[in-house]
Design a protein around this ligand. Structure first.
Ligand code: MRU
Length: 335
């Protein structure tokens, strides 16, 4: 296998050609950008041209593999790996992938071994997504309407996605489902990206603003909520796109089961609770945008933390876990 081809990322393992689908420009423009250096990949990750917790880990691994194919010496590769590791602070997948690449650099370095590890990271993410989809699809019944937040599909992973992968699987199983898509202020990953994916997959959906979630729940139009995660603490608290916590509180109030879906590479064994998760702060322009707001002080945390007590189930690649299993330490072991 010489080519890795995902919805938002392409890499040739021999030539080192690497490109990303510019997610800033979706849904109206499908523009592929060639990436030719680690610095360019860091810029793409930080500007969310490439995004989603699992995908930024894979993309960073490919950028380092590309650099190795250009005969960058191991010391310089180690510096680049650290810069990629630090590109965004909340999604732990990026750090876990870079730790795997750094281990090769430290212990077993050859160009081909580093490229091989990037290949394994990519193939593993596809497999993990498939398992999450299988473990979660059974939670969805024929006729369900499911609300989701942000984008957790093929654009956010190397495979079918996490929460969106589950919805896709249920749809492929022939279940009639409907998806309520939160637009996901301020960068509209739901409105721009999830709708783009659902449209391509032919899955019926309705776009709502984030502030409408409570209303559609009160109307009895939502049976389940499925979201992804950027980092899961071992007590089951998790960080995900800003607005997720509000959705979880609303679901709890309306007694709607709320599920989080992620691969084991999103679980941080060093975070005992959500309080340990660093939250990325982003610039004010993302909130103010091209709008006509009066000049304002702006706060722009990119993620929030949902406490475990609001979660009905954690759908991982190994299994779907109940609150009792999480309390008994299911996430504390290497899963
Ligand atoms: O800032 P983003 O767009 O990278 O944030 C992405 C999310 O919060 C996703 O919900 C999360 O990474 C899960 S993706 C499978």
């Amino acid at each position: 296998m010489n080519d890795a081809i995902s919805l938002g990322l392409k890499f040739n393992f021999e030539k080192g050609t690497l490109s990303i689908l510019n997610q800033q420009r979706l849904p109206h423009h499908e523009i592929w950008i060639e990436i030719d250096s680690v610095a360019e990949m860091i810029q793409a990750i930080q500007s969310l041209k490439v995004r989603g917790a699992p995908l930024i880990g894979v993309a960073a691994a490919f950028a380092l593999a590309q650099s190795a194919l250009k005969d960058t010496p191991p010391d310089a590769l180690a510096t680049e790996a650290q810069a990629l590791y630090e590109a965004r602070p909340t999604a732990v997948n990026l750090m876990i992938c870079m730790d795997r690449m750094k281990k090769v650099l430290r212990e077993d370095f050859s160009k081909s071994q580093l490229v091989q590890t990037a290949r394994e990271i990519y193939l593993e993410d596809i497999r993990l997504c498939d398992r999450i989809a299988e473990n979660g699809a059974g939670l969805i019944q024929h006729g369900d309407s499911v609300l989701t937040h942000c984008n957790t599909g093929g654009l956010a992973t190397a495979g079918v996605g996490t929460a969106l992968g589950i919805l896709r699987k249920a749809h492929d199983q022939g279940k009639k489902i409907h998806v309520f898509v939160d637009e996901t202020r301020p960068l509209l990953q739901g409105g721009r990206l999830t709708t783009w994916e659902l449209h391509k997959l032919n899955i019926p959906f309705t776009l709502i603003t984030d502030s409408m979630a409570g209303h559609v729940m009160a109307e009895g139009r939502v049976q389940k909520v499925f979201v992804g995660a950027d980092r899961i603490a071992t007590n089951g608290d998790f960080a995900n796109k800003i607005g997720t916590y509000a959705v979880a509180v609303l679901a709890h109030y309306h007694r709607i089961p709320f599920y989080v879906a992620a691969p084991y590479t999103t679980v941080d064994p060093d975070c005992a609770s959500g309080q340990d998760i660093p939250i990325e702060q982003r610039n004010a322009e993302e909130v103010v945008g091209a709008s006509s707001f009066a000049p304002s002080a702006v706060y722009n945390p990119a993620f929030d933390v949902t406490p475990a007590q609001l979660v009905r189930g954690w759908v991982l690649d190994k299994a779907a876990y109940s609150p009792q299993e999480i309390q008994a330490g299911a996430l504390q072991k290497r899963i």
